[in-house]
Design a protein around this ligand. Structure first.
Ligand code: NAP
Length: 254
């Protein structure tokens, strides 16, 4: 890959697994200095090690995106380590249990909103404080196709991911005059540990059902999502802000 991110500093949340790990690796291969943040310090460290093996400069930090203090510390660690913050990928997320609305446990519903929506806002709050000082920056928030369409038994996740699309649009309006671009990426179903934890492993009935929902005839890969994230984070997307970009094998086109 061309080292088009040379001199840039990138922070990725949920970087210890799936889409976050693939994005950290791709940014490191592209020349960015990468802070890999995750709930699990060990998973973040493993991702940073993989980035370094790929020739990158990476550090790891543990941060729970639902904690303002930990998010602030995560952003501070990034600027202390690398001197600046150019690219933030707010990717940390959870699926939550599958249940209809009447049967959904309140604590579980609140937890999904806390991680998937309030977590993205908290990250932006501290990232933007840094980026506005510099007068430049790019944020990519990871939403979902379920930020654009509904899905049964996933009301908390669907609501949070729709919220991320709206939050992204509002943020773009507030900060585009300050040299900061903010977009969301909306993936279809991607084969990651998140899906596997929900029992959607290849060969299962649920996996076949999900494959059938994608006109491409398969689920996506983390690397395919990372491609779009990197493009939006690059200077090639210089006139693009406030948008929601699909990488979904045609799911939403139906
Ligand atoms: P993943 O493999 O489970 O990775 C998510 C990472 O986020 C995990 O390392 C997880 O840690 C971490 N995390 C969870 N809660 C956190 C918190 N409170 N603070 C910090 N980190 C936290 O999932 P993925 O599939 O790569 O998903 C990445 C993003 O893409 C999510 O926002 C997800 O909603 C979105 N997405 C995924 C799909 C899909 O089909 N896979 C589709 C559309 C959108 P633990 O493992 O320790 O929980």
């Amino acid at each position: 890959m061309m080292r088009e991110f040379e001199g840039k500093v990138a922070l990725i949340t949920g970087a210890g697994s799936g889409i976050g790990r693939a994005t950290a690796q791709a940014l490191a291969e592209g020349g960015a200095k990468v802070m890999a943040a995750d709930l699990s310090a060990e998973a973040a460290r493993e991702s940073a090690d993989l980035c370094e093996k790929a020739g990158g400069v990476c550090q790891a930090t543990a941060a729970d995106v639902t904690s303002a203090a930990q998010v602030e510390q995560m952003v501070n660690r990034t600027t202390e380590a690398f001197g600046r913050l150019d690219i933030a990928v707010n990717n940390a997320g959870i699926g939550g249990p599958a249940a209809t609305i009447a049967d959904y446990e309140e604590a579980a519903w609140r937890q999904v909103i806390d991680v998937n929506l309030i977590g993205v806002w908290l990250c932006m709050k501290y990232e933007l404080a840094q980026m506005t000082k510099a007068g430049s920056g790019v944020i990519v928030n990871i939403s979902s196709i379920l930020g654009l369409v509904g899905f049964p038994q996933a009301s908390a996740y669907v609501s949070a991911k729709h919220g991320v699309v709206g939050l992204t649009k509002s943020a773009a309006l507030e900060y585009s005059g300050q040299g900061i671009r903010i977009n969301s990426v909306n993936p279809g179903f991607i084969q990651t540990p998140m899906l596997e934890a929900a029992g959607m492993t290849p060969g299962t009935e649920m996996h076949e059902f999900l494959v059938g929902k994608h006109p491409a005839g398969r689920l996506g890969t983390s690397e395919e999502v990372a491609e779009l994230i990197l493009w939006l984070a690059s200077d090639r997307a210089s006139f693009i802000t406030g948008g929601a970009y699909l990488v979904d094998g045609g799911y939403v086109a139906q």
